[in-house]
Write a protein that binds this ligand. Structure first.
Ligand SMILES: *[C@@H]1O[C@H](CO)[C@@H](O)[C@H](O)[C@H]1NC(C)=O
Ligand SMILES: *[C@@H]1O[C@H](CO)[C@@H](O)[C@H](O)[C@H]1NC(C)=O
Ligand SMILES: *[C@@H]1O[C@H](CO)[C@@H](O)[C@H](O)[C@H]1NC(C)=O
Length: 392
C-alpha cells in the first residue's frame, strides 16, 4: 500500500489519495489527476494517468469518478497490472466528443485489454452516436464507428449498474474473456440505430448477464463463435432484434457455441425473440446445449427462429448450404404474441439438419389468431402444450 502512495506522490504532488486502513483500498479520484466534470474540458489524459496509477498499485484500488460530465476520447486501459482488483466507481457520466469523426475511426471508445479483476460500478457512458447514425442513414460515406465499452483477453470482470447511451456501434463487447459478471445494466439507443448491439459476447467462457434492460436498434445480446457457459437471466429486450446466437459459420475454422442458458427474458416489440442464425456457407462450427427457458413475447415479429440460410445480398455463399451443426436446443415455457403468422420457424441446413430440438409448453398466437410453425431439415420433438401445433 505504501508503495502505491510513493509511486504516485513522485509524479503528482497535489495528490488526493485516501487510505481506508480497515479495507486497505487505495482511492484515486480522477479530479486529482486533472479531470474536469464540466462536459467541455477533455479529461482523457487524466483518466489515463489515474489508470496508470491504479494499475501500478499492488493493493486493491478504486478509481473514483464523481458526479459531472467528463469528456473523453478513445482510451485503451491496458494490463498487465500489478494488482488484481481495480474498481471504477462512477457517479458521473462519461461523454464522447460531439463530432462523431473523432471516435469514428477508432475501434473502441473505452477498451480494456489484458486486465484481471476489473469492476465498473455505476455511471453512464454517453457515446453521442445519433449524428453517426444519421450519417449512415443518409447514405453518405461515414466511418464505421466505435464500440462504446470492450473487454478483450481479460478475466474476472464485473460490470454493475452501468448505463450505456447511444453507442456509435456495439454498446458492450466481451471478447476472449473468462468469468464475466454483468448485472443491472441499461442500454438505451434508438430502435432504428444501425449495428448498435447491446452486449456482444465471443470467444469467452463463464459469462453471466443478469437483471438488465436493453433498448436498441440491433441485437439485444449477440452471441458469437467460441462462447461457452453463458448464462442470461431476467433481461428485457426491445426495441431491437432480440437475442441471437450468430451469425455463425462465416469462416471455415470457426469455434462453436456451447452451453448457453437464456432464462426469464421479456421481448417487447422486437424483430426476433430467440434466434439462431448461421451463414449458408461451409464451416466446421457448431451450436449445442442451448436452453431457452421462460420467455414472454410481447408483439414480436419472429418469436422463435433458426435460420441457417443467412446470406445478405446473396453474396459469397456458394451452394447456400450451412456447415454449422445445430443440436440439443430446448425451448421451454415460451408464451406471448407474434406479429407475423409464423411464430416458430426452423429453417436448417440440407447438409446438417438440426437435431435434438425440443419444444415444451410453448403458447404463441399470431395477434388474436392461431399462429403457424414451419420446419425444414429439423429433427426433434414437442412435449406438453405446444401452440402453434408443432411441425417437429
Ligand atoms: C435480479 O432481480 C430480481 C428481481 O428484481 C431480484 O430478486 C434478484 O435478487 C436480482 N438478482 C441479483 C443477482 O441481484
Ligand atoms: C454450463 O454453464 C453453466 C454456467 O452458465 C455452468 O454452471 C455449468 O457448469 C456449465 N455446464 C457444463 C457441462 O459445462
Ligand atoms: C395461450 O395464450 C393465449 C393468449 O395469450 C391464452 O388466451 C390461452 O389461454 C393460452 N393457452 C394456454 C393453454 O395456456
Amino acid at each position: 500500500m505504501v508503495k502505491c502512495f510513493i509511486f504516485i506522490n513522485i509524479f503528482f504532488l497535489a495528490l488526493y489519495v485516501t487510505f481506508h486502513s480497515s479495507s486497505a483500498i487505495t482511492n484515486y479520484n480522477v479530479l486529482s489527476f486533472g479531470a474536469k466534470g464540466n462536459g467541455v474540458t477533455d479529461s482523457t489524459q487524466a483518466f489515463i494517468k489515474a489508470w496508470a496509477a491504479a494499475c501500478a498499485c499492488t493493493e486493491s484500488t478504486t478509481i473514483y469518478v464523481p458526479k459531472g460530465r467528463y469528456l473523453l476520447g478513445s482510451i485503451a486501459f491496458k494490463g498487465d497490472c500489478r494488482g488484481s482488483d481495480i474498481t471504477f466507481r462512477i457517479d458521473g457520466t462519461l461523454v464522447a466528443p460531439a463530432d462523431y469523426r473523432v471516435l469514428g475511426q477508432a475501434d473502441t471508445w473505452l477498451g480494456f485489454e489484458g486486465v484481471s479483476g476489473v469492476s465498473i460500478t455505476g455511471g453512464a457512458l454517453d457515446a453521442k452516436g445519433s449524428s453517426l447514425w444519421a450519417c449512415k442513414a443518409s447514405g453518405n460515406n461515414c466511418p464505421n464507428g466505435a464500440t462504446t465499452l470492450s473487454f478483450t483477453n481479460s478475466n474476472n470482470i464485473r460490470i454493475n449498474g452501468l448505463i450505456s447511451l447511444k453507442s456509435q456501434m456495439y454498446h458492450i463487447v466481451i471478447n476472449g474473456c473468462q468469468d464475466v459478471h454483468i448485472e443491472g445494466v441499461k442500454v438505451i439507443a434508438a430502435g432504428d440505430s444501425p449495428n448498435t448491439d447491446g452486449i456482444h459476447v465471443q470467444l469467452s467462457r463463464n459469462v453471466m448477464i443478469m437483471n438488465s434492460s436493453i433498448k436498441t436498434g440491433d441485437d439485444c445480446i449477440s452471441i458469437g463463435p467460441g462462447t461457452r457457459n453463458l448464462w442470461i437471466e431476467r433481461v428485457n429486450c426491445g426495441p431491437g432484434h432480440g437475442i441471437s446466437i450468430g451469425s455463425l459459420g462465416k469462416d471455415m475454422e470457426e469455434e462453436g457455441v456451447q452451453n448457453v442458458t437464456v432464462k426469464k427474458t421479456v421481448f417487447t416489440g422486437t424483430q426476433n425473440g430467440l434466434r439462431i442464425k448461421s451463414w449458408g456457407r461451409a464451416s466446421r462450427g457448431f451450436v449445442q446445449g442451448i436452453r431457452f427457458i421462460g420467455a414472454i413475447m410481447q408483439n414480436v415479429q419472429n418469436p422463435i427462429v433458426i435460420d441457417q440460410n443467412y446470406c445478405p445480398h446473396n453474396l459469397n455463399c456458394p451452394g447456400q448450404v450451412s456447415g454449422v451443426k445445430i443440436s440439443d436446443v430446448m425451448y421451454q415455457g415460451i408464451r406471448g404474441i407474434s406479429t407475423s403468422p409464423i411464430a416458430i420457424k426452423f429453417d436448417c441446413s440440407t447438409k446438417n439438419p438440426c437435431k435434438g430440438i425440443r419444444l415444451q409448453n410453448v403458447n404463441l398466437t399470431y395477434l388474436n389468431q392461431v399462429a403457424q410453425s414451419s420446419c425444414t431439415n429439423v429433427i426433434g420433438k414437442a412435449l406438453g402444450l405446444v401452440k402453434p401445433s408443432s411441425c417437429l
